[in-house]
Design a protein around this ligand. Structure first.
Ligand code: SF4
Length: 134
């Protein structure tokens, strides 16, 4: 595997780990400094990943003052039904992610990949028709 491919794979893995931790903290979110500690990330790498996830509409970053220092609280905007499905989130491997933003031509608001991903997650949870009839 080339160095670039290894770096890309590393970055994808980190991105899904960051998203997973944010989702695990639920609606209350998590301070990014806590998250960097939890994942042993530098604030530079962590901030880059958080900005990527925000750009894709997967998390929200709210600037806040904490202990006299500015930081961000990260909260999830999308909740996968199952945490394990985060690794399969289409944004993690999307070739269009560089161009994708909430106000762009390529946008999560109209993304068929996201829609399919959510739908696939819901399928196993659907109540079989037989159970509804009886
Ligand atoms: S186009 Fe869809 S899958 Fe790709 S990064 Fe944007 S929201 Fe994610």
């Amino acid at each position: 595997m080339s160095t670039k491919a290894k770096n890309d794979e590393y970055l994808l893995d980190l991105t899904s780990r960051v998203y997973k931790v944010v989702v695990e903290h639920g609606n209350g979110g998590v301070l990014q400094s806590e998250l960097w500690k939890e994942l042993d990330l530098t604030s530079r790498d962590g901030s880059r990943i958080a900005i990527r996830l925000e750009k894709r509409g997967m998390i929200k970053r709210d600037k806040m003052l904490q202990g006299g220092r500015w930081t961000y609280r990260l909260t999830p905007l999308r909740f996968p039904v199952q945490i394990k499905s985060i690794e399969e989130a289409p944004c993690m491997t999307c070739p269009d992610e560089e161009r994708c933003s909430p106000s762009g031509v390529v946008t999560p608001h109209t993304c068929a990949f996201i829609e399919n991903w959510v739908t696939m997650d819901f399928k196993p949870m659907a109540i079989p028709q037989k159970q509804l009839i009886s």
